[in-house]
Design a protein around this ligand. Structure first.
Ligand code: 7TS
Length: 396
């Protein structure tokens, strides 16, 4: 059996998305900006795709959604643009991010530091959550931007973006949220929220890879990312990714429907997996369920090296993760485990299971069996496990 439980890294393309995209490779392949019927052949579907993206996050027609190649691009763009707009001019000198943002935010923030920008990395608590008070304490008159993700990719922890947005607005600070892990899991109404910029990637919600977006609230601006043409209002030049945009639109429509129709089943499967795995002694899950997206679990088995567990799982056909795939070639401990201050012997034991609407009960039952066997085997050959205290508690 092959079981895919790494849906926070990427997801299978929904067959309906693939069908929607198919005609736009070899049949309707015109450049939409050309002045002939090959171009206009694409227009209706392209507009429908864009409309579905607007509708999925309840953006108003006056807001802008700029299509990019991925969330990494969108995230870089927001921060670098704020630098050119507000910081280089000397108006502001400070940005705030959480310390568990995706590397596309953290690495960009570090780059900003190298340019002299002051950066606050907001800590998370032992439950993997940030507190509004910490944020309030960090904002100064010189703060240009707060960038806090909607949901964390490692733990699924949901951050209080509604309250953060309201506070930032009150203080005259711009607010960006990375919503990569929120689309299709949390209902998003951009007209009801004080979020200036929001970013996401289609492949995290059963759309194609290589297409993402940046939402910008009416009246907000960014400097153009790519100069060279009139595409995307001159903000991000380059021939439009027609199949990608149509695919992202279809994927968005399906993902938003899935919040009501499929996510309750995904949650039930995730909870079942979690309940069964927590029966194993010395096992811990980060972040209480009520503060998490319904598909995610970061779990530690004391004495079991995460990489060894992945090896056993992979041999049994199960794909999971020990941390962001973007960093999978280094064997550092999971960044969230480090941020919550987990004891050294736990920091290397975290395994992330992330489900999707395509995950089945059989797959979860199979996984429960394989993990139980793997923990038994790996603890049996662990030199440290026998000496650790047996203080079983279910949540860190
Ligand atoms: N932001 C978050 C919160 C993410 O989880 C990811 C990818 C990205 C941005 C970047 O998306 P991309 O489409 O530009 O690559 N996260 C992961 C992960 O958790 N494991 O592999 C990739």
């Amino acid at each position: 059996m092959r079981v895919y439980l790494d849906n926070n890294a990427t997801t299978i393309v929904d067959p309906q998305v693939k069908n929607a995209m198919d005609p736009f490779f070899s049949q309707y392949y015109g450049n939409p900006n050309s002045l002939h019927s090959f171009a206009s052949d694409t227009h209706i579907d392209l507009n429908t795709g864009l409309e579905k993206i607007y509708a999925g996050i309840h953006a108003s027609k006056e807001d802008s959604i700029v299509i990019t190649s991925c969330a990494t691009e969108s995230n870089n763009w927001v921060i670098k643009s704020i630098y050119f707009e507000y910081i280089l001019s000397g108006r502001k000198d400070h940005i705030i991010v959480s310390e568990v943002e995706h590397p596309s935010i953290i690495a960009t923030a570090k780059f900003m530091e190298s340019l002299g920008v002051k950066v606050t990395y907001l800590p998370i608590n032992s439950e993997g959550l940030i507190t509004l008070q910490d944020l309030k304490n960090s904002i100064t008159e010189k703060t240009a931007l707060v960038s806090i993700m909607w949901a964390n990719n490692e733990t699924g922890a949901i951050f209080p973006v509604e309250e953060i947005g309201a506070y930032c607005k009150q203080k005259g600070v711009l607010f960006h949220t990375d919503a990569v892990q929120a689309i299709g899991k949390i209902k998003i109404n951009m007209q009801a929220l004080d979020i200036d910029y929001l970013t996401f990637s289609a492949h995290k919600f059963h759309g194609p890879k290589g297409v993402g977006a940046l939402f910008m609230k009416k009246g907000k601006e960014l400097i153009p990312l790519l100069h060279g043409g009139e595409h995307m209002g001159g903000l991000r030049s380059g021939t439009l990714n027609v199949p990608g945009i149509i695919g992202m639109g279809k994927a968005m429509e399906l993902a938003v429907d899935a919040i009501d129709f499929d996510m309750p089943d995904v949650k039930e499967l995730r909870d079942h997996l979690e309940d069964e795995l927590l029966k194993i002694a010395d096992t811990f899950v980060v972040t209480p369920r009520e503060h998490r997206t319904d598909n995610t679990m970061l779990i530690s088995f004391r004495g079991v090296e995460g990489e060894s567990m992945l090896w056993d799982l992979n041999k049994a056909g199960i794909g999971a993760s020990t941390g962001s795939a973007c960093a999978s070639e280094n064997l550092d401990s999971n960044p969230v485990m480090e941020a919550i201050g987990a004891e050294a012997d736990l920091a290397h034991t975290a395994i992330r299971f992330s489900l999707s609407r395509f995950t089945t009960k059989d797959e979860i039952d199979y996984t429960i069996g394989v993990v139980n066997e793997a923990v038994k085997r790996l603890r049996g050959i662990s030199s440290s496990y026998a000496y650790t205290p047996k203080n079983h508690k279910s949540e860190l």
